[in-house]
Ligand binder design. Structure first.
Ligand code: ADP
Ligand code: MG
Ligand code: MG
Length: 250
């Protein structure tokens, strides 16, 4: 049984006026196979949490820890975090000149496993994943610098998630900028990976729309740099109805 536990996480960001505290003690625990939706108003610190977990250099950890199976991943490099089984979409470059999608994915998998996957099974796995996500086979041979659309970038994220077999995936605004068809395909992809790999998912979103397709086990409201309320899917329904006003004013 794996777990991802965020404990009293405090994070500041370096701004022109000096460091600014954004996260004021975030507490959250995800067990493997669980889907947690993190919802909250713009500017509440959701992305800051994702970047801090990913190890983005602009975000300073002021206190607390992030435990993956009991080990504080904040002490490791972003690479080590990925090897430990964390998938953070934003930590992978989406534009790398002269590298195909196919090579990029195989390199990422090699880095995580510590050895290159055998070619035939790998090609088969990649083909199946792309079919499932309804990605054009030609996509695999495209250059990572070839100017992907927003929807294509999202699909690439989900393709990576599927092929890297993470224990936990942090998806920040996977739904933003997707039309309804792309939203459905990406959501199906997340559900498929969740079912197949059994990974825990932290789904960060501002809108309840994606929750029509991805059914969370738990919903957390994020406001003013911390989790202010937790509940089941009914909490998302309440947010859909009432919005975030009461959390902003509180
Ligand atoms: P959310 O993802 O919930 O919309 P963010 O984590 O992006 O919120 O932002 C939280 C707050 O931190 C906002 O007030 C934002 O302006 C501020 N912030 C985040 N990153 C930076 C940065 N690099 N420089 C200055 N302010 C930042
Ligand atoms: Mg589940
Ligand atoms: Mg954000």
């Amino acid at each position: 049984m794996s777990s991802l536990e965020i404990k009293d996480l405090e994070v500041s960001v370096e701004t022109q006026d000096g460091p600014k505290k954004i996260l004021h003690g975030v507490n959250l625990e995800i067990k493997d196979g669980e889907i947690h939706a993190i919802m909250g108003p713009n500017g509440s610190g959701k992305s800051t949490m994702a970047y801090a977990i990913a190890g983005h250099p602009s975000y300073e950890i002021e206190g607390g820890e992030v435990l993956l199976d009991g080990h504080n991943i904040l002490e490791g490099s972003p690479d080590e975090r990925a090897k430990a089984g964390l998938f953070l979409a934003m930590q992978y470059p989406v534009e790398v000149p002269g590298v195909t999608v196919s090579n990029f994915l195989r390199t990422a998998r090699t880095a995580i496993d510590g050895k290159a996957p055998a070619l035939r099974p790998w090609v088969k796995e990649m083909k199946e994943a792309m079919e499932q996500l309804r990605v054009d086979p030609a996509f695999a041979e495209r250059d990572l610098n070839a100017g992907f659309s927003g929807g294509e970038k999202k699909r690439l994220e989900i393709l990576q998630m599927q092929l890297l077999h993470p224990k936990f995936a942090v998806l920040d605004e996977t739904d933003s900028g997707l039309d309804i068809d792309a939203l459905r395909v990406v959501s199906e992809g997340v559900n498929h990976v969740h079912d197949q790999v059994g990974c825990g998912v932290m789904l960060i979103t501002h809108y309840t729309r994606i929750l029509n397709y991805i059914k969370p086990d738990y919903v957390h409201v994020f406001a003013r740099g911390r989790v202010v309320e937790s509940g089941g899917p009914e909490l998302a329904e309440m947010l859909e109805r009432d919005g975030y006003d009461k959390y902003i004013e509180a």
